[in-house]
Design a protein around this ligand. Structure first.
Ligand code: CAA
Length: 380
């Protein structure tokens, strides 16, 4: 068993860290405040191969492993969790899904631009009435000759207003329940697809989450992903991989908040000494470092399992629930160590605190992760 990162992984980590610190950090607070989409940074991530990390080079990707993907999302999120989720959605919710389930034609036409950073992707499962209960889709796709006609209201679509391609789930046969759901590769520039609103959110504000409408949108049959009725299984399979990304995002947020709190505690003085030397603060820093280390082990081991071709459904859920709760706990404690300064936008910890919360919610709430884990445990 080797607990050390390879030289290639260390080089990758340092490269992404440098990019995040030099190019993203200076504008992160302002973009968060203004809900400003980081267009130039998304373009840079594409050029650096960060948007199609694990996609094979044949289809425009960087051809790296999932461990590399986890490290990249962690490093981006350590500085700016909005960049982390933009990249994570394109990588695992979109590119991974097309590479795994797409036809050769779909890969050539859609995956190549998505993986090489010339296009951006989004994933659309959630609806106003279908959150955790993802199978209760109201979106309909009705076959009409060589096309389907889609009518739907979808929400919480990360990247929605900047996406070129969206993997969308809709009912093709409601009588079949979850087995009546199919997946489609939506062209967002086509007539009938529109943005209803960009959510004004608590955190990850520079990454846009949209509500979208499909009004008699005609999509050619060749744009269906997988077989008719396979959509729910495709969505679940994609989310298994996506959860590794969100776990890595949570890990990066926790790491960023911990480092800020540690540095602050070493220079902030009260009662004639640096606050790091008060046992209450020192023990908090100790617990932060310990929980983060445990979260990192879970995230990396899950990525490693995926790279080995081992089953990782339960592991991804464990990594996500533990890393996201670590992020929430660590960022809360980081604000506390900063005291009233932690409550101010002058310092980064209040942003980390707000950003952490979503990791306990999207791509399956903590309750859903526990459901997945317990079902897998009792199945074994
Ligand atoms: N991996 C692969 N297959 C799975 C699976 C998994 N993790 N979970 C379920 N399935 C399969 C089952 O094997 C079953 O297959 P069969 O048809 O062969 O029987 C089928 O899916 C139905 O499974 P269940 O009977 O368990 O379905 P359920 O309705 O009881 O529960 C659920 C399913 C696990 C609760 C699921 O609905 C779920 O994961 N909900 C959370 C949804 C979610 O994560 N939404 C996030 C949306 S994306 C997002 O956040 C936006 C963004 O842009 C970031």
């Amino acid at each position: 068993m080797d607990f050390q990162l390879s030289a290639d992984h260390v080089l990758l980590r340092d490269t992404v860290r440098q990019f995040a610190e030099k190019e993203a950090a200076p504008t992160a607070a302002e973009r968060d405040e203004q809900m400003e989409w980081p267009g130039a940074l998304v373009q840079r991530m594409g050029e650096m191969g960060l948007l199609g990390v694990a996609v094979s080079e044949e289809y425009g990707g960087a051809g790296l492993d999932y461990m590399s993907y986890a490290i990249i999302i962690e490093e981006l999120s350590r500085v700016d969790a909005s960049l982390g989720v933009i990249a994570s959605v394109n990588n695992s919710l979109v590119c991974y899904g097309i590479e795994k389930f797409g036809t050769e034609e779909q890969k050539r036409e859609l995956l190549v631009p998505l993986a090489s950073g010339r296009a951006l992707g989004a994933f659309s499962l959630s609806e106003p009435g279908a959150g955790s209960d993802a199978a209760s889709q109201k979106a309909t796709a009705v076959r009409d000759g060589d096309a389907y006609v889609i009518n739907a209201i979808k929400n919480w679509i990360t990247n929605g207003d900047h996406a070129d391609t969206i993997i969308l789930m809709a009912m093709t046969d409601a009588s079949q329940g979850h087995r009546g759901i199919s997946a489609f590769l939506v062209d967002t520039h086509a007539p009938g697809v529109s943005i209803m609103k960009v959510e004004n959110k608590l955190g990850i504000r520079s990454a846009h989450s949209c509500q979208m409408a499909y009004d008699n949108y005609r999509i050619p049959v060749r744009r269906r992903l997988g077989e008719e009725g396979q959509g729910f299984k495709i969505a679940m399979t994609i989310l298994n991989a996506g959860r590794v990304g969100i776990a890595a995002q949570a890990l990066g947020i926790a790491q960023g908040a911990y480092e800020a709190a540690l540095n602050y505690a070493k220079v902030r003085e009260q009662f004639g000494q640096r606050i790091a030397d008060f046992q209450a603060v020192g023990f908090t820093l100790a617990d932060m470092a310990t929980r983060i280390k445990a979260a990192r082990m879970l995230v990396y081991e899950t990525a490693w399992r995926k790279d080995q071709g081992l089953d990782f459904i339960k592991d991804a859920a464990m990594a996500k629930v533990f890393a996201s709760e670590t992020a929430m706990w660590t960022t809360t404690k980081a604000v506390q160590i900063f005291g009233s300064n932690g409550y101010s936008k002058e310092y980064p910890v209040e942003r980390f605190f707000r950003d952490a919360k979503i990791t306990e919610i999207y791509e399956g709430t903590s309750e859903i992760q526990r459901l997945v884990i317990s079902r897998e445990l009792t199945k074994e």
